[in-house]
Ligand binder design. Structure first.
Ligand code: NAP
Length: 249
């Protein structure tokens, strides 16, 4: 059984380790947007060329099953995987870490459907006048927030073509961050609001715990809806079981 693992996440890496240990014939693929991804040791780096390209890849490489372990916000890859697997009749499972919507403090956050709406909601709240807004949304959507006057943007890598903006600080730091360091950072940097994507999981959750402790407003960008009708599981162990159930006897 030959498996294509669409990765680029911590869970993708973990799953790759589990599958290799179990002796599964697996190809790990990453987009290669970050230097970390490009040097991660994945078997292939770079896009497939849309739905057509991925469909051709699945056929040419005799792929028996696809595991989509991409990030919850990698909506294009997830949609392409769903369409290519339908077109080629390839079984597909999506590994999706649990949403932060299940947290007890989630009801107190401002939930917003996309980055432009979030920027507007933050501006309306006046948070960027009272202190600094901490953006933890990655590099790609920063432009949507450009009208906010006082911002600390935490990113894992400097965005391509980044130009300094008055009132903005770009902090290049890669997590995980623990509760104590997040509490210290929120206090010393005069953070008045936290903006996050609903990435989910534990690795990036300390900022939410710290914001809750300090009563800092949280603006949460909701996840894009996944394509309908695909199998979805929440853990790497569940993916292993899903694959076992499809292994030829
Ligand atoms: P995206 O918008 O859904 O994907 C854009 C294009 O990148 C896809 O159409 C595909 O190109 C290529 N691609 C994405 N994932 C790929 C993979 N695993 N293997 C091969 N090609 C892939 O994705 P994105 O939001 O830019 O994220 C890119 C990658 O970074 C994803 O793999 C994701 O897991 C990881 N990541 C994303 C985030 C985030 O917040 N978005 C955070 C952490 C990690 P083709 O159409 O040419 O096939």
């Amino acid at each position: 059984m030959r498996v294509l693992l669409l990765g680029g996440t911590t869970e993708g890496r973990e799953l790759m380790g589990l599958l290799v240990l179990a002796g599964t014939d697996v190809v790990e693929s990453v987009a290669g947007r970050t230097a970390q991804a490009r040097t991660s040791g994945a078997d292939r780096v770079g896009g497939f060329g849309g739905v057509e390209g991925l469909s051709s890849y699945l056929r040419a490489n005799n792929i028996d099953a696809v595991v989509d372990a991409t990030h919850p916000f990698a909506a294009t890859m997830t949609a392409h995987a769903a369409r290519a697997c339908t077109a080629t009749g390839t079984p597909l499972v999506r590994l999706s870490r649990p949403s932060w919507a299940e947290r007890s403090d989630a009801g107190g956050w401002t939930w917003v459907p996309d980055h432009r709406a979030t920027a507007a909601a933050v501006a309306e709240s006046g948070a960027s006048e009272r202190g600094r807004v901490l953006l933890t949304v990655g590099r790609q959507p920063l432009d949507a927030y450009r009208t906010l006057p006082h911002v600390l943007a935490r990113v894992a890598e400097v965005p391509d073509g980044w130009l300094d903006r008055p009132g903005w600080e770009l902090r290049v730091q890669r997590g995980p961050f623990d509760l104590d360091s997040e509490l210290t950072m929120l206090r010393t940097e005069r953070i008045s609001a936290l903006v996050s994507k609903d990435s989910g999981g534990r690795a990036a959750a300390a900022k939410l715990d710290a914001a809750a402790r300090l009563g800092i407003a949280v603006f949460m960008v909701a996840r894009p809806a996944p394509p309908r009708g695909i199998d979805e599981v929440a853990t790497t162990a569940a993916v292993v079981e899903w694959l076992k159930a499809r292994r030829p006897a």
